[in-house]
Ligand binder design. Structure first.
Ligand code: SF4
Length: 474
């Protein structure tokens, strides 16, 4: 105690909190001389209707059976065990299909964490390894492009703790906002300004993305070559990675397309497949092209080019297309797209999925928080890796990386809103639940004396939380 202030010891910051005030993270408060968790602990039930229902812990008028049988306690609002010498905030026994189970829940503080962001777009966001900034501070980098998507890796211990204070603070703020489903504006060195929000369409340089490409240019040829047959003499699908030309492509050959004498600029990989026809950009198919004819050289009459030859050029989303007819000098002249070809372009568009941002939280739970679960921490790691202990985050399924430690990823849209918090060390706070058979829990050195039933939890509460909130889970 210092005067009227009391100390919160739920993280290394050790705030002194005045009565009626919250600490630096807003997760803990001084409630009439007692440290309390400001949010109720979240419990999930598939049997309950959607919508929050709050029950105060240890309430005098509690009816004794307020929650359905399938209620599961999550780590959201549960509080932390820092400095991890004590049992986790809630260790709850249950019966699952007649088996005695235990769920250990906690809010873990992660200095080793970040997010992997998948942005469904072919637009150029920035060179691979370029620095990604939030509020002007380095918060991550552009990583390898994937099929129809650009990937960012944000956060990590080096940005959180290894740079300046403002870098750490900005990185933590970006991670927290992204994990809680908020929109975040990121700038990429040598690239774009992109607005990212989990589950929403990305906005690249002020332009919302609508379509994720149907495939690369070669794949698009493979999918639709048969539908173009007889309607047009040549089709070029413009793509920053692999541009396709149907008459040379294996799909066109098999279907009997005639040679057209077309010559596509770029690195010819295999017949009808060209790399590097342009530079990456915000134009056709993720190139910087606004005029697709820039990737064509003079047509070769000896190899099939002739006046009147019909050419369709289209991007991998079908958003850009143009139709040409070769004149007597074998120069393509723009002509309105014939009605007969319009459905084929629309089919590309129809086969494109909506562009979305995906945010996966990634954290390392292999550290000291394990001591809140068991007195023999490596046994928990072994049990999770062995599939005996199931790890969830706020009730959501996690992917646990093979190898050492408990390094996991979770789709942030699968957690209830507001599930993530932070502390100013800086670090993120994320909910965790370990569920395993009670016999296994005891054998690994679990805190048996701290195991309680759900009824006990509701009657007695926890060290910090004041209330439980029941929400539906589909
Ligand atoms: S930052 Fe939050 S958890 Fe850490 S000591 Fe302050 S109030 Fe407690």
């Amino acid at each position: 105690m210092t005067g009227e202030k009391i100390r919160c010891d739920a993280c290394p910051v050790m705030c002194y909190i005045a009565p009626g005030q919250t600490g630096a993270c807003a997760r803990y408060a001084n409630d009439a001389g007692r440290i309390v968790r400001t949010d109720p602990v979240v419990m999930l039930s598939a049997a309950t209707a959607r919508g929050a229902r709050i029950v105060p812990f240890a309430a005098r008028d509690w009816d004794g059976d307020p929650f359905p049988d399938d209620t599961r306690v999550t780590g959201i609002g549960a509080g932390t065990t820092y400095p991890d010498y004590k049992p986790a905030p809630f260790i709850v026994s249950s019966q699952v299909d007649g088996a005695d189970m235990v769920t250990v829940v906690t809010e873990a503080i992660f200095s080793y964490c970040g997010v992997k962001v998948k942005i469904d777009t072919d637009r150029f966001l920035g060179p691979e390894t370029a620095v990604v900034r939030f509020q002007g501070e380095a918060a991550g980098h552009v990583t390898t492009a994937e099929y129809g998507s650009q990937m960012l890796s944000l956060g990590g211990v080096h940005h959180l703790t290894g740079g300046t204070k403002s870098e750490g603070r900005a990185t933590c703020a970006a991670l927290l906002a992204l994990c809680n489903g908020q929109a975040v504006e990121l700038t990429i060195d040598g690239g774009s300004l992109v607005v990212v929000q989990a589950g929403a369409a990305p906005i690249v340089d002020g332009r919302p993305e609508n379509r994720m490409r149907v495939g690369c240019g070669s794949a698009t040829i493979g999918m639709f070559a048969a539908q173009w047959r007889g309607l047009v003499d040549e089709v070029v699908v413009v793509d920053d990675h692999i541009t396709g030309g149907v008459s040379e492509h294996q799909a066109g050959r098999v279907l009997g397309w005639e040679p057209t004498g077309i010559r596509i600029l770029g690195h010819r990989s295999t017949p009808g497949r060209y790399f590097k026809v342009s530079e990456p950009g915000s134009g056709w198919g993720g190139t910087k092209l606004t005029d697709p004819l820039q990737i064509l050289e003079a047509w070769n009459a000896k190899k099939g080019a002739r006046a009147g030859l019909r050419l369709l050029m289209v991007s991998t989303t079908g958003e850009e297309f143009a139709y040409f007819v070769l004149d007597d000098a074998l120069v393509p002249q723009p002509v309105p797209l014939p009605d007969a070809l319009l459905p084929t372009v629309r089919l590309i568009d129809e086969n494109c999925e909506p562009s979305r941002c995906t945010v996966l939280f990634m954290g390392g739970a292999g550290g000291s928080l394990r001591a809140g679960v068991t007195r023999n921490p490596v046994r928990l790691t072994q049990s999770v890796q062995g599939g005996e202990t199931r790890l969830t985050s706020g009730g959501a399924e996690c992917y646990v990386w093979p190898g050492g430690g408990i390094t996991f990823m979770v789709d942030v849209t699968r957690l209830p809103p507001g599930a993530f918090g932070h502390v100013p060390t800086p670090a993120l706070v994320a909910p965790l639940e370990f569920t395993l058979p009670r016999a296994v829990y005891l054998a690994m050195g679990g805190h048996d004396a701290a195991v309680r039933s759900l009824d006990q939890v509701l009657r007695e509460g926890g060290e910090y939380p004041l209330a439980a909130r029941l929400v539906g889970q589909g």
